[in-house]
Design a protein around this ligand. Structure first.
Ligand SMILES: Cc1ncc(COP(=O)(O)O)c(C=O)c1O
Ligand SMILES: N[C@@H](CCCC[NH3+])C(=O)O
Length: 415
């Protein structure tokens, strides 16, 4: 069941008309569905049955406190990549003991704060990070739980900008040198080796690359075991894709089933770091048509949202469905490029979309819950938009639209 549906020719988010949300909170705005978020998280969590596991939602996909709070209440773990994300998780009621810390460039202050908070594990991505964590843990007199994010050199078959598990990518430790790092780690006084991690890319639509990466991980784990290095968990990262247009990614349960089959009898706790698959289709971006500009070559619909609000189309040429909030027959059906007001030719939300449009119409960009608001910016001095969480018949403003004064808060004139 989809929680963004038409009822009597009006788009609804759960039991609330999208149009009413815009009357209340203005346009543009992101709208999230709590029921969808919960259903997606449970699809991962439930697929493990009695097998020890932890679903660590990847905070970067959408770090709104309301979103994090919904997941924290379900008992979710969290995958973070910065101190900012850690503080968000804690502010949203997340449990530090369920946080894994990924990222290629962890600063000293970030590591110290995470050690003090008592997070579950550091996913080490570069050799020097191991020594840095060991030193800082020593200063605090604690032992740091670590795992290595290995780069298995597997082609995730996704957009090159979001592929992370190939040798030429900056992420993780080359799987061929990881054994030496594990040996080093096992001998350090303030380090406890607890796991292994990999994340090969995002928006994967096949199970195969995940299994290829898992095979490589298992080989390494077997070698480690022979050397007396025993791991508690395997973290297989995130990356499961969603349907934006006609992709047919495996369902979380199918993917997890395939992983468990490949693992066979084992004694590891399994960690996953899904982001997009939990929040992507739990959100839409609503925008209003400001002007229609038919030209000799193209028809432009200029809307009030732009690339600064939703970057994916501009950055990756990503296709996201755009639908009318209140479909009507008062205009001809023609192809429109849906563009924003930002001064960049690459500022578009969609191209060549067949729609009946009039000035003032509201449009919904679907599948916008992941990497939507979290990648937004103030480019062109545009205040960031409001975010609303729908919960049945209720709406909660989970982030107020930025004010103009907030745009320059912290800036100053010269003395
Ligand atoms: C380390 C890590 N884990 C998890 C994720 C989440 O990925 P996705 O949103 O594709 O599930 C990412 C982003 O790709 C990541 O870099
Ligand atoms: N931002 C990307 C995904 C990057 C994932 C980060 N590890 C997207 O929108 O598809």
């Amino acid at each position: 069941m989809d929680y963004f549906n038409y009822q009597n020719n009006e788009l609804f988010a759960e039991a609330v008309a999208v149009q009413d949300i815009v009357y209340q909170f203005g346009s543009p705005c992101y709208i999230y569905s709590r029921a969808t978020l919960e259903r997606h998280w449970r699809a991962f969590d439930g697929a493990f049955g009695a097998i020890p596991h932890l679903v660590c939602y990847a905070v970067k996909a959408n770090s709104n406190l309301g979103v994090l709070n919904v997941l924290a209440r379900l008992g979710s773990g969290f995958d973070i990549v910065s101190l900012g994300e850690m503080e968000r998780v804690l502010a949203a009621g997340g449990d530090a003991k369920k946080i894994v810390f990924s990222g290629v460039g962890k600063r000293e202050d970030e590591i110290l704060a995470a050690l003090k908070a008592g997070i579950r594990c550091f996913n080490i991505e570069v050799s020097g990070e191991l020594d840095r964590i060991n030193n800082l843990a020593g200063q605090l007199g604690v032992v740091a739980p670590v795992s290595f994010r290995v780069n298995p050199d597997v082609d995730a078959k996704t957009h090159p900008y979001i592929s992370t598990g190939l040798k030429e990518n900056k992420f993780g430790i080359d799987i061929d040198t990881a054994i030496a790092e594990y040996r080093r780690a096992a001998a350090l006084p303030y380090i406890k080796v607890v796991g292994i991690d990999c994340h090969i890319g995002s928006q994967l639509t096949e199970t195969r690359p995940f299994l290829d990466a898992l095979d490589k991980l298992l080989e390494l784990v077997a070698t480690l075991r022979e050397e007396g290095i025993h791991l508690h968990h395997l973290d297989l990262g995130g990356g499961l894709g969603i349907c934006y247009k006609d992709e047919q990614p495996p369902q979380p349960a199918q993917y997890i089933q395939a992983v468990l089959e490949r693992l066979g009898q084992h004694s590891y706790e399994i960690l996953l770091e899904p982001g997009r698959a939990i929040v992507g289709n739990a959100g839409i971006l609503v925008t209003q048509v400001e002007y229609l500009k038919p030209t000799a070559n193209k028809n432009f619909a200029i809307v009030d949202a732009a690339m600064n609000d939703l970057l994916r189309p501009s950055l990756y040429g990503a296709w996201q469905e755009i639908i009318p909030v209140s479909p009507h027959d008062d205009a001809p059906l023609v192809h429109w490029d849906i563009v924003g007001p930002v001064c960049e030719t690459g500022d578009f939300l969609g191209k060549e979309r067949l729609l009946k449009l009039a000035v003032g119409d509201l449009l919904a960009v679907r599948s916008a819950g992941a990497y939507g608001f979290s990648m937004s910016s103030n480019y062109n001095s545009r205040p960031r938009v409001a975010e609303v969480m729908v919960d049945g018949t209720q709406c909660h403003l989970v982030r107020a639209r930025e004010t103009l004064a907030q745009l320059w808060a912290g800036e100053s004139l010269l003395p």
